[in-house]
Design a binder for this molecule. Structure first.
Ligand code: 13P
Length: 248
């Protein structure tokens, strides 16, 4: 049985003051959550998360990390720096990083290797654009993204990764994949994982991301291969985020 994970992706939002309110609200409502819950915040706020969330049962993490260990990479943040702040998760290969920062599948795979080696959990995003979906290429696109990732990971490490299926056309648009559409892609992703190791593929959590909200989370999270959510906009409001956690 896979334990569900609800992970907030705050993107480039927040301030010390608003974060304190949001984190306190989430913590207060979290009491008997039976699923894993995390927030991935702008790196400058990791220290705030560490001090606010230590011992709370809520995990935290980053939205990206460098593929390099250390050195002359101005502006980058290393895995060991994230470990200094007790991060548990790192989002990798979000479509916004792929689109606005030119991140390739190969770079995402390198980052994933480094994150897994360090003992943190990568939440690796895959997903198709609207044009790709409309031209019937969804399976080909996500399969190609998975092929690069799977070539970079030892079969024994498979269950150390979390995959997030984020159809690009559903991110921040209010359009959501129907539960059936999402389930179809999740099943394709799990079959890809199964080509690497059938047994461990059953243990990998595959999250759905793309306008998941309290009013659609229940149906999405009821699908057999949807193991949680990667939540953007709804993660910025504690009541909405907690409602999704509740359905998980
Ligand atoms: P929204 O929930 O705002 O659509 O964002 C999804 C997302 O990109 C999470 O990583």
């Amino acid at each position: 049985m896979r334990r569900k994970l609800v992970c907030g992706n705050w993107k480039m939002n927040g301030s010390l003051v608003s974060n304190a309110v949001l984190l306190a609200g989430i913590k207060a409502g979290l009491s008997q959550s039976s699923c894993d819950v995390a927030v991935c915040v702008p790196a400058v706020y990791l220290a705030q998360c560490q001090s606010a969330l230590t011992g709370s049962g809520l995990s935290w993490g980053a939205q990206d990390v460098s593929a390099h260990a250390s050195g002359a990479y101005t502006g980058e943040i290393s895995v060991s720096m994230l470990q200094d702040f007790s991060c548990e998760y790192v989002i990798l290969g979000h479509s916004e990083r792929r689109a606005y920062h030119g991140e390739s599948d190969a770079l995402v795979a390198l980052k994933m290797q480094r994150v897994i080696q360090s003992g943190l959990t990568p939440v690796v995003c895959v997903g198709e654009s609207l044009a790709e979906r409309e031209s019937g290429q969804t399976e080909a696109v996500v399969s190609a993204q998975m092929d690069v990732l799977l070539a970079a990971i030892d079969a024994a490490d498979l269950a150390k990764m979390v995959i997030a299926y984020e159809p690009v056309w559903a991110i921040g648009t209010g359009k959501t994949a129907t539960p059936e559409m999402a389930q179809d892609v999740h099943a394709i992703l799990r079959a890809k994982l199964g080509q690497k190791n059938g047994e461990l593929a059953q243990a990998v959590r595959i999250l759905y991301g793309g306008s998941m909200k309290p009013d659609n989370a229940r149906e999405l999270l009821a699908m057999p291969d949807i193991d949680g959510g990667l939540i953007g906009g709804a993660a910025l409001n504690s009541a909405d985020f907690l409602a999704i956690v509740h359905f998980a």
